[in-house]
Design a protein around this ligand. Structure first.
Ligand code: GLU
Length: 489
């Protein structure tokens, strides 16, 4: 059975790259009727934080990426240390690891010297030949780290000089074993490094496919040596291309907008984010673009993953987000919007007027703003529906109109609306305004423009008939009168 996993380190909020890795692993497992596992790699005690773990879990759930194992909660490496200890004991017993007492400072100096000599910096193996007496002495001074003796592992495993693995996306990848220095397996705080713990876990959890970012290719070679050292077989590897900015620079973790949290805060719908992430490096055979999670589960394959970097194209994100906002019925959007406002109030402490307004009113607002919105945040523009702010008098006059015509347009509209008694419907209200244009010999811009500005106070907004429909007759008349007063002052 296919088994994949996401193994994030909780050292930051859920990054978009990690979310995409999660999605690909999830989809691959779903497509192959396999299982997807979540494992938190928190052995870096200095940088791991519970609040980041929380953000990662929440972000995944929000996107609809659900894990099959563990059934509740998550696996945490910090709670599995005894397992790594057992495997580490095996390495020790076979003499495949040795103690290293070098300080970070010493190591940096060594690397610097190698760089100066034009060599590829790697560990020189200084501590490999320490005698028992020396080691005893050193142990009194500091706790050692433990390094893998690469030469011994190569010997034990009968490995060739050039290591090769067949990446499911990139094909054969090679590395000369000489380029791999003896690397730390257990740090001086006695914690295993994540890629050693990861080998043990992937083996124990019976992971069949490791799908992860191509920045892990170097680790893959170290891991292949660890698999050999432990006499266990590795899973298959698939390294997905990095996400790049539009100028092809690496997507920075520090730059705003690179975390799922940021997208959620902006009000992107999770469906749009999933759709966008799926297309970040992958494309279906027929190049279709508007894809739901359900469709992706049916269609995802590793063959569709491109080898080159994938560009994080914010315009494409907005394009897809707009399609998704228009896809849903206004009723559904009201739910999304309220959920989002509550999330914002909980996470950002922001309260919103929209949380206290009548649901019927909200439905109307959303239905007239839907076509002009990309993210839920865009609905916040509608605040002027209940909290009109002041606007300059000149805004009422359309660029191809003048004061007299505008006054006339507004006066006649006010009268017509006052006298209008039939159903309060968008199309009917529009007919009233069209009637005003025709009867008074004015242009559309002398009527529709000032009425719209009178109702919204904005240079851009939904049409006057839509605004009146939402505001109701009484409030609309009040705003029209106010605009006339403004013109006469
Ligand atoms: N913990 C690693 C990371 O967050 C992932 C390791 C892996 O996928 O094997 O980058």
């Amino acid at each position: 059975m296919v088994k994949t996993r996401l193994a994030p380190s909780p050292t930051g909020k859920l990054h978009i790259g990690t979310a995409r890795t999660a999605l690909f692993n999830f989809l691959f497992a779903q497509k192959n009727k396999g299982k997807f596992i979540l494992r938190i790699e928190d052995t870096d005690l200095d940088r791991s934080r519970p609040e980041f773990e929380k953000d990662i879990l929440e972000g995944l759930k929000w996107l609809g990426i659900e894990w099959d194992e563990p059934k509740s909660g998550v696996y945490r490496q910090s709670q599995r240390l005894d397992l790594y200890q057992q495997f580490f004991a095996q390495l020790k017993k076979e003499g495949l690891v040795y103690e290293c007492f070098c300080t970070p400072k010493e190591l940096e100096k060594e690397r610097e010297e190698m760089r100066k000599a034009g060599l590829l910096p790697r560990y020189s193996g200084r501590c490999k030949g320490l005698g028992e007496d020396e080691k005893k002495k050193m142990r009194k001074k500091r706790q050692p780290a433990w390094r893998l003796d690469v030469e011994k592992v190569v010997e034990k495993g009968g490995l060739p000089e050039v290591l090769v693995f067949n990446d499911l996306i990139r094909g054969e990848i090679k590395k000369n074993v000489k380029e791999i220095g003896d690397f730390v397996v257990v740090k001086s705080d006695q914690m295993p490094v994540f890629f050693f713990a990861g080998v043990v876990d992937d083996y124990l959890m019976k992971i069949t496919h490791v799908i992860r970012g191509e920045d892990h290719i170097t680790n893959t070679f170290s891991q292949l040596l660890l698999y050999k050292a432990l006499s266990i077989s590795p899973p298959q590897f698939a390294h997905i291309p990095l996400i790049l900015e539009k100028d092809r620079s690496k997507m920075s973790k520090r730059r705003g907008g690179s975390q799922v949290f940021d997208l959620r805060q902006k009000g992107y719908l999770p469906q749009a984010v999933v759709n966008f992430l799926a297309l970040l490096g992958w494309s279906p055979k027929d190049d279709s673009e508007f894809l739901s999670l359900e469709e992706l589960k049916q269609r995802f394959d590793l063959k569709g993953i491109k080898k080159g970097g994938s560009i994080f194209d914010r315009e494409k994100l907005d394009y897809l987000a707009g399609l998704w906002i228009r896809h849903f019925k206004p009723q559904r959007l009201v739910e999304f919007f309220l959920e989002w406002l509550e999330w914002r109030s909980k996470n950002l402490g922001e309260d919103s007027l929209f949380l206290s307004i009548d649901r019927g009113q909200l439905l109307k607002i959303i239905s007239i703003f839907q076509t002009r919105s990309v993210v839920l945040e865009d609905f916040l523009q509608a605040e002027y529906i209940f909290k009109m702010s002041d606007y300059p008098r000149e805004l009422l006059i359309f660029k191809r109109s003048d004061l007299d015509k505008t006054k006339k347009g507004l006066e006649n509209s006010l009268k017509a609306i006052k006298n209008y008694q039939s159903a309060w419907q968008i199309e009917k209200i529009k007919e009233v305004l069209v009637g005003v244009v025709e009867k008074s010999g004015l242009n559309n811009g002398d009527v529709f423009w000032p009425v719209r500005v009178a109702l919204s106070g904005q240079s851009g907004s939904p049409s006057p008939q839509e605004l009146m429909w939402v505001l109701g007759k009484k409030e609309s008349l009040k705003r029209l009168k106010k605009a006339l007063e403004k013109l006469s002052s």
